[in-house]
Design a protein around this ligand. Structure first.
Ligand code: NAD
Length: 357
């Protein structure tokens, strides 16, 4: 198979971590005999410096003509004084919006080897955590009508959802649950919100097509409490835009390791954009200190969701786990008795492991 991928390293540690992710993808492609068709594009601060805008048209066209996009991170102090549309972060929103990426997948994984990093009690997370939060990304209150009255002393934001918008994200969630532990929790506020009642009815209708998935509904206030009380009860969580924004941050933070968490933003067909959840970490850029694992795991998600290469995705995930077993740690996940390695060595160790299927 030939994988046509757009690479957008961006700023700060972006180029460092994307280079390691490519090392790992190269090893997996060698092992499984796939070919790579890679193109590099500029976005963020580096694009402002060289082309005068955070998201040049050539980047947008290049990304939309590929099968998947791997993004590092954008932004940094150099561009902090720029305003609004000129800021590096504009590239992210521009890519997500222009590419129609309505489905945001954020796994919150706590590897048993990194249990000390978790802020929750050991008894709650013993054996690790593996939750997938699926957030609707292009609808709801963030995109609804908003405004102020004439005197400016009252304001409103509108939450609106159509059946079509709910159905497409909910189907993605059922499909994701199928490949995992077959439990889906739909989070809403159906005791108050009409959009949530519509959401719930769509989930119940689609559930009939997936009799082997155990579906439950949970109010968002309860879900935010349950995530810290008993996170292991969750497998896949699906929810609307604003609830997902808040819950996905909560879920990722209970793992305590920002350098470890990948994400995917998808649309109807297989195209997707993949990126670590962290930023450009300018404080450690170019110092061989960044943890490349979030980006490497983003490549695993890319293989799974854009190329349907499940074995290849699992090979990367298993390789990460094996390398953690071997006690190798970048500085952000370092603890007593472990062996400190740099960005490049961590990438090489994982790539090496990927040569064993
Ligand atoms: P950040 O995530 O870049 O860094 C927060 C802290 O975590 C820093 O101490 C950093 O060194 C550390 N860190 C982050 N990723 C790491 C990794 N892979 N390995 C080891 N340590 C890591 O967040 P910030 O400092 O708030 O933002 C820095 C810049 O990144 C800002 O310009 C911000 O706008 C931008 N940003 C970009 C994205 C994105 O591109 N998706 C997301 C968030 C922030």
């Amino acid at each position: 198979m030939k994988l046509k991928i757009a690479l957008v390293p961006g700023d700060g540690i972006g180029p460092d971590i994307v280079a390691e992710a490519m090392k790992v993808l190269g090893a997996v492609c060698d092992t499984y005999r796939h070919k790579m068709d890679l193109s590099f594009y500029l976005a963020g601060g580096v694009a402002i410096d060289t082309m005068g805008e955070p998201l040049p048209e050539s980047t947008l066209i290049g990304c939309s003509e590929s099968q998947a996009v791997l993004l590092g991170a954008v932004g940094g102090p150099k561009w902090d004084n720029l305003s609004g549309d000129k800021r590096p972060e504009k590239a992210l929103l521009g890519l997500r919006g222009n590419l129609g990426l309505f489905c945001n997948l954020r796994p919150a994984i706590l590897y048993p080897q990194l249990q000390q990093a978790c802020p929750l009690k050991e008894s709650i997370v013993e054996g690790g955590l593996d939750i997938l939060v699926i957030r609707e990304l292009t609808g709801g209150i963030y995109f609804g009508k908003r405004g102020r009255n004439e005197s400016g002393d009252a304001a409103y934001d509108t939450m609106a959802y159509s059946v079509g918008e709910i159905e497409r994200i909910v189907r993605k969630a059922f499909e994701a649950a199928k490949g995992r532990n077959r439990r889906l929790t739909s989070v809403d506020k159906a005791n108050i919100l009409e959009t949530s009642r519509l959401w719930r009815s769509v989930v119940n209708r689609i559930a009939a097509d997936y009799p082997d998935i155990a579906v439950s509904h949970m109010y968002v206030d309860n879900a935010s409490m349950q995530l810290v009380r008993n996170p292991k009860q969750f497998d896949v969580i699906v929810t609307e835009n604003m609830f997902g924004d808040i819950l996905s941050d909560e879920a990722s933070m209970i793992t305590g390791s920002i350098g470890m968490l990948p994400s995917a933003s998808l649309r109807e067909e297989s195209f997707g954009m993949y990126e670590p959840i962290h930023g450009s970490a300018p404080d450690i850029a170019g110092l061989d200190k960044a943890n490349p694992i979030a980006t490497i795991l983003s490549v695993a998600m890319m293989l799974r969701y854009s190329f349907a290469l499940e074995d290849e995705a699992r090979t990367i995930e298993k390789a990460v786990s094996k390398v953690l077993d071997s006690k190798a740690r970048t500085a952000d996940i370092m603890s007593e008795g472990m062996q400190l390695v740099g960005t490049k060595e961590m990438g090489s160790l994982i790539a090496e492991q990927c040569k064993n299927k």
